[in-house]
Design a protein. Structure first.
Ligand code: SAH
Length: 505
């Protein structure tokens, strides 16, 4: 392994890190990253790896470049494998070349993992191919950072203007008026298309197309700032036809997810696929039980049960953890029929080799009983691995229907340890457009963490979404009515309802 990996972290969309980049982060003892590199990648770092933020944003350098170099070298000399994450590609205006030279001078080894550069990716997400046979034979990446008051420009404005290349300017928003003026002076037509893409590939992406003559005024009017890419050339005219990313219904919408961190990822994924900026505010902590003797006993005697009903992915996760500890696997359930209360729970079972015998068409306890009755649950022994404290409707209704029910706690939930500060900060900054509740406990815990007056103050600026009627009823206890409640009480149903709310707004 080299001493240092210089890794291109891509332009913002976490899916645009390369597989090799991910592998390099996983193998590192220290991860050094700056503001353009998406911090979600830190989750790939191994436990105990040192995480160092070195900032760097136009104007407020938290750590100057020479100090960053010294730091990387010092960490590598400690014998650590250092992953240096840089936004986009490390060698495209990232000063990665200088960092690499310093490493060589220090006698250290390094490898470069190229990344998806913003000039190509932000353009593509905005619907602009940087080359296209009908428009241009070449593309040119240019720094727009050069001080416009400098007497002698190192730029070859004449060549840029004559080249017919698509011109892609990085770090150029401040100098946009100067860039446009110089290009026109050097012969590019005043009506040549110009596009700006702000925070391309992220949920905050915005873009517009204008002309060399009008782009500076338009950028000011629309308040475009760094980080933005400037694209000059005929290809920009394709944006309206080929734009796709900005059509996502929830683009730029801040959606607060209140469920436990362990459960948040599937919801977050659906929301992000719709373009949302997901703000995770877990109100529930999922904890293992202090003692699993009862679970072990139940696993030993699984053959006694006709049905095992899983009510959540947490239930599946914790049940399987114990199963595995006991050296057992899916075959332990071989003699039982298995039900999953929702599609996510069903998927969690499928991942473990179990195709559920029953998944109810509607995801509330009441309709589960109906379906199970049809499958002959009457008289059967039923095991329900679930949270220690949960709604009793399902076991009670099943018992009433003639089943012999045993509830088996496999985990417990509690209040998350977070304070309200992070949430209140999002509220103040206007980052929150939706607050979502996916169970009664998320509502109760949320209002234990956040004073309800605080939410009431900003009620007009945001929408509240509840997954189903039971959750909505709990919300009513705190004096709020949901703006959104999907007909289909599932995570995808909830996400689709948010999208619909934005579309019809
Ligand atoms: N190494 C990076 C570029 C670093 S220079 C890369 O290959 O992408 C910083 C400039 O990159 C910013 O000023 C901006 O012009 C551009 N940039 C980086 N990320 C961007 C993004 N997501 N959207 C638009 N421009 C971006």
């Amino acid at each position: 392994m080299p001493n240092v990996y210089l890794i291109g972290a891509g332009p913002g969309d976490p899916g645009l890190l390369t597989l090799k980049g991910k592998k390099a982060i996983e193998s590192a003892d220290a991860v050094v990253y700056d503001y353009l590199a998406n911090p979600v990648f830190l989750k790939y770092a191994k436990p105990g790896a040192e995480i160092i933020y070195v900032g760097k944003k136009g104007g407020d350098h938290t750590l100057p470049q020479d100090k960053i170099n010294e730091l990387i070298i010092a960490k590598a000399r400690e014998g650590k494998v250092v992953a240096r994450l840089k936004g986009g590609d490390p060698y495209v205006f990232g000063r990665g070349g200088e960092e690499a030279e310093e490493l060589v001078a220090a006698g250290l080894t390094f490898e470069v993992v190229p990344g998806v550069t913003a000039g190509v990716a932000a353009a593509a997400y905005a619907g602009i191919p940087v080359t296209h046979r009908a428009f241009t034979p070449s593309v040119c990446f240019i720094t727009g950072h050069e001080d416009p008051t400098k007497e002698e420009s190192t730029h070859h404005w004449e060549s840029y203007a004559k080249s017919a290349s698509t011109l892609v300017f990085y770090m150029g928003v401040k100098n946009l008026p100067d860039i446009c003026a110089r290009l026109m002076a050097a012969g590019r037509p005043a009506d040549e298309p110009v596009a700006l893409v702000y925070r391309g590939t992220s949920c905050r992406q915005r873009s517009f197309v204008s002309t060399l003559k009008d782009a500076p005024a338009e950028a000011r009017r629309l308040k475009f700032t760094a980080p933005s890419i400037i694209i000059v050339g005929g290809v920009c005219s394709l944006r309206d036809t080929l734009g796709w990313f900005e059509r996502r219904p929830l683009l730029g919408q801040g959606v607060v997810v209140t469920r436990a961190r362990e459960q948040a990822s599937d919801f977050a994924q659906v929301l992000e696929d719709l373009g949302a900026c997901v703000l995770e505010f877990p109100t529930i902590a999922v904890k293992p039980l202090p003692d699993y003797a009862e679970v072990r006993e139940a696993v030993e005697n699984l053959r006694d049960y006709g049905w095992v009903i899983f009510t959540s992915t947490n239930g599946v996760d914790h049940f399987w953890r114990i199963l595995k500890d006991m050296g057992r696997d899916a075959r332990a359930l071989g003699g039982c029929r298995v039900a999953a209360i929702g599609p996510a729970t069903a998927d969690a079972l499928r991942e473990r080799g179990i195709e559920p015998d029953f998944v109810p068409p509607k995801y509330v306890a009441e309709s589960v009983v109906e379906g199970l009755l049809a499958l002959g649950v009457k008289g059967a022994k039923v095991l329900i691995p679930r949270a220690k404290v949960a709604r009793e409707v399902l076991p009670e209704e099943l018992a009433r229907a003639g089943a012999e029910v045993r509830v088996l706690p496999v985990y417990e939930t509690g209040l998350a340890e977070a304070g309200p500060d992070e949430f209140l900060e999002w509220l103040t900054r206007g980052d929150v457009q939706f607050v979502t509740f996916t169970s009664s406990s998320t509502v109760e815990n949320f209002f234990t963490l956040v004073p309800k007056e605080k939410l009431a103050e900003r009620r007009a600026d945001l929408k509240i979404a509840c997954i189903g009627p039971v959750t909505a009823k709990t919300l009513a206890r705190f004096g709020f009515t949901p703006d959104i409640s999907p007909e289909d009480y599932t995570i995808p149903g909830l996400a689709a309802a948010l999208a619909k709310a934005v579309e019809s707004a």
